[in-house]
Ligand binder design. Structure first.
Ligand code: 6PG
Length: 466
């Protein structure tokens, strides 16, 4: 008998199955298409994997309580698999969706399976193909009872945090696992946006791809050390087999997206969380995809981008500092969204624990998560930027951050990531924003009323009288 069932043998599913079997788990694997299952089993020399050719065979080959991991494309396919397999499961079994599902779908699925006693879990898994094989970061959402069953296998296959503990944890009820993964991806979008913008400024200053790679590598040896910087340095060095030049220069500048970044921005709007940069990072991908319009528009203004008024060394240092401040603001927006969601949905999400399990295996793993975790442990739940140490860092970044952004904007280089993170930082630290005038205008044209700073209550003015 096997201890884990894995449904869906795309590359992520295959790698997770291999990871489990390498850790000594007997895994029963199943794919809707028989040939896919057979090809996987015949290509794999070990003894830890057993094929199944129907959902009921998966269930029959598993010890109780059954653990079934679904690694199928988010959306209808998840509902189809649940429908096909749940009749063969019993109360106490754990059915987990490890794909990038929308948290509301996960909530719906959990509620509908609840009467059957089957524990349904939405599990965020990050780390890409490599992570699935060698150790991802695993964000488990769902009934806490299910975590008791999933804890050992998920911990065994996961990456390790800085203190050596497994990057797998329970992050809250029903949709929390997928929500936390969605926020992870939104931070991923912003950090990638920032790295892309640094690359854009360096290009405008005529740095070669190799030089930019060296700079990213250097930053990656300091405070900003992160997986995304590390791979950016590697990507910039890759040669194109077809043309012999740098591969990055041959890639169309039109960034795609599968949806998690957009969902995070939607959730910000829904919960009223001012994580500007999440919307900006998703929308700037959309801007990049307006390729034809951009081509037309830029032909009206040839040579519009100037060289920023910055020395090469100055640019390198100022951008490095700006990146470190902006990156902190990206994480700050993520944790502030998580705090709001936790309150809204009644989840028992431990934010410091999230900062711990993001330290290894996932795409946004970065050294600064150590400091963020400490800030959260000391209670910086309003915003990690209010933590004295993090605040000091941000203040230290200020001058260079503003200087490099101004110089680049003067040169007409678009910097939505850097400007939005800076706007977030500035707005958050501004006691009185000009929103009083917005309130006055709303009241003027729509009698929407306003509150006053000097007395309680709700007021309306007959503006025509003035
Ligand atoms: C991860 C990644 C992974 C994937 C996303 C991003 O954590 O392993 O986030 O989930 O890369 O799907 O996708 P898009 O950039 O296509 O939205």
């Amino acid at each position: 008998m096997a201890s884990v069932g894995l449904v869906g043998l795309g590359v992520m599913g295959r790698n997770l199955a291999l990871n489990l079997s390498r850790r000594g788990y007997k895994v029963v694997v199943y794919n809707r298409t028989k040939e896919v299952t057979d090809r996987f089993i015949s290509g794999y020399g070990g003894s830890g994997l057993t094929p199944a050719y129907s959902p009921d065979e998966v269930a029959r080959k598993l010890d109780a309580p059954r653990i079934i991991l679904l690694m199928v494309t988010a959306g209808k396919a998840v509902d189809d698999v649940i429908r096909s397999i749940s009749p063969y499961l019993s109360s106490g079994d754990v059915l987990s969706d490890l794909g990038n599902s929308h948290f509301r779908d996960t909530q719906r699925r959990e509620f509908s399976l609840d009467p059957s006693g089957i524990h349904y879990c939405g599990v965020g898994v990050s780390g890409g193909e490599e992570g699935a094989l060698r150790g991802p970061s695993i964000m488990v959402g769902g009934p806490s009872k299910a975590w008791e069953i999933l804890k050992k296998p998920m911990s065994d296959i996961s990456a390790r945090a800085f203190d050596g503990t497994p990057c797998a944890s329970w992050v809250g009820e029903d949709g929390a696992g997928h929500y936390v993964k969605m926020v992870h991806n939104a931070i991923e979008y912003v950090v990638m946006e920032l790295i892309g913008e640094c690359y854009g400024v360096f290009k405008a200053l005529d740095f070669s791809n190799g030089e930019i790679s060296d700079i990213f590598q250097l930053w990656n040896e300091g405070r900003s050390k992160s997986y995304l910087l590390e791979i950016s340095a590697k990507v910039l060095r890759r040669k194109d087999e077809l043309s012999g030049g740098d591969l990055v220069d041959k890639i169309l500048d039109s960034a795609e997206q599968k949806g998690t970044g957009k969902w995070a921005a939607e959730s910000c709007l829904e919960l009223g969380v001012p994580a500007f940069s999440f919307a900006v990072a998703a929308l700037d991908r959309s801007m990049s995809s307006f390729k034809l319009v951009r081509e037309k528009a830029s032909s009206l203004e040839p040579n519009r981008v100037n060289k920023p008024n910055l020395g090469r060394r100055e640019a390198q240092e100022a951008l490095g500092t700006a990146f470190s401040g902006a990156q902190l603001c990206a994480y700050a927006q993520g944790f502030s969204l998580l705090e709001a969601a936790r309150n809204e949905y009644g989840w028992h999400t431990d934010l410091a624990e999230v900062a711990r399990i993001w330290q290894g295996g996932c795409i946004i793993r970065a050294d600064l998560l150590k400091q963020i975790r400490e800030a959260l442990l000391s209670g910086a739940h309003d915003s990690i930027l209010l933590d004295p140490d993090i605040h000091r860092e941000i203040v230290k970044c200020d001058k260079a951050w503003r200087n490099v952004v101004s110089r680049a904007l003067e040169a007409r280089i678009p910097l939505p990531g850097f400007t939005s993170t800076l706007a977030y930082r500035d707005s958050l630290f501004t006691e009185r924003l000009p929103a009083n005038l917005i309130q006055a205008l709303r009241d003027y044209f729509g009698a929407h009323t306003y509150r006053r700073v000097d007395r309680e209550g709700v007021f309306h003015t007959d503006w025509s009288g003035g």
